[in-house]
Ligand binder design. Structure first.
Ligand code: PMP
Length: 326
């Protein structure tokens, strides 16, 4: 679908997957007006297909567009575009389980010209690809590197938008994490460099206590972290399962202390791609610590199972989150 100043959205088309040709002066290549989303379609037990919370992704896409001075795509158009592609690629939606069809809606400036200003033309597209289970050999805890040198997002910046530039800026820290033998980077706040924000492509959760009295806590939305749809869904699912929930500021010192005195019992990351990933080990320039026993925690795995059961249609969709296609 194209957008042109004065004309709005027009020319929706379903096209075979093919390379795009681009003018060297395409404004996206120079000024990075580029935003995207990631969501999944799951096969349901009755053979139908359902997309998980596409309206939530559509609204986040609108917020990203506003921050990048791009036009907002109506929620219905976003959802309809995803539906059309899923309908067309129906046979590519894998069977019931952790497999899914991953959808990648994105929008970029398509005006040609040099000069820093919001473009007058944009293109919105959706592409799709089957996605296998994130952990084919069973869930494996990841190790994380706390980035104290680089920051992902500063107050007033684009941290809560899902824009391409945020990811470009994060790659050097991801490489640093790998150099330290870690799978993922954990971002801290830009001002004090001590408040935990999120990971490269996932939000974080801390479990305090054990059993039925446990509380799950996630860093609050400060404007510099991405409001994940999985993060949001888990606040509800955790409450459904009877756990306490809280959005709060958590410092690196609190994490270390909580780990030492046993008050923090599990840590996990969550996002569309990996659903829920236990965090087994954390490292920073000041040392390494094992999170609880370094394994996949009981509550982490309960939440993971509850979310997957909902997405794959094994559990009742009590919150109306599954957008069913006929
Ligand atoms: N943080 C970042 C930086 C991400 O890229 C993602 C993936 N979209 C997330 C968090 C998790 O968001 P969601 O649950 O919507 O996939």
């Amino acid at each position: 679908i194209k957008w042109t100043e004065g004309r709005g959205w027009h020319d929706a088309q379903l096209q075979p997957y093919a390379p795009l040709s681009m003018d060297p002066a395409n404004m996206t290549l120079h000024y990075a007006q580029s935003i995207f989303e990631g969501l999944k379609a799951y096969r349901q037990p009755d053979g139908s297909v359902a997309v998980f919370r596409p309206d939530a992704n559509a609204r986040r896409f609108q917020r990203s567009a506003r921050r990048l001075a791009m036009p907002e795509l109506p929620v219905e158009t976003f959802v309809e575009a995803c539906d059309l592609l899923v309908e067309h690629d129906r046979e590519w939606v894998p069977g019931v389980g952790e497999e899914s069809l991953y959808l990648r809606p994105f929008m970029f400036a398509s005006e040609v010209g040099l000069g820093v200003k919001p473009a007058n033309e944009y293109t919105f597209m959706v592409i799709a690809s089957p996605a296998g289970p994130y952990f084919p050999g069973g869930v494996k805890p990841v190790s994380v590197w706390l980035s104290e040198e680089y920051v992902r997002a500063a107050p007033g910046g684009t941290g809560e938008a899902k824009c391409a530039g945020n990811y470009a800026a994060s790659l050097v820290a991801q490489a640093e994490a790998a150099q330290h033998g870690c799978d993922q980077v954990v971002w801290l706040d830009a001002v004090e460099r001590r408040w935990i924000e999120e990971m490269g492509g996932m939000n974080l959760y801390f479990v305090y206590g054990k059993g039925a009295d446990a509380k799950v806590v996630t860093p609050e939305l400060t404007g510099t972290l991405l409001p994940g749809i999985t993060r949001d869904s888990l606040l509800t699912i955790a409450a459904d399962l009877g756990y306490g929930t809280e959005e709060a500021r958590i410092s690196t010192d609190e994490w270390r202390r909580g780990n030492e005195d046993g008050s923090i019992t599990e840590v996990f990351a969550c996002g569309t791609a990996a659903v829920i990933t236990p965090v087994g080990e954390a490292k920073s320039a000041r040392g390494t610590w094992t999170v609880a026993d370094g394994g996949a925690g009981e509550i982490t795995m309960k939440l993971r199972e509850a979310l997957l059961a909902l997405q794959s249609g094994r559990a009742e969709d009590t919150h109306g989150w599954m957008h069913r296609l006929g």
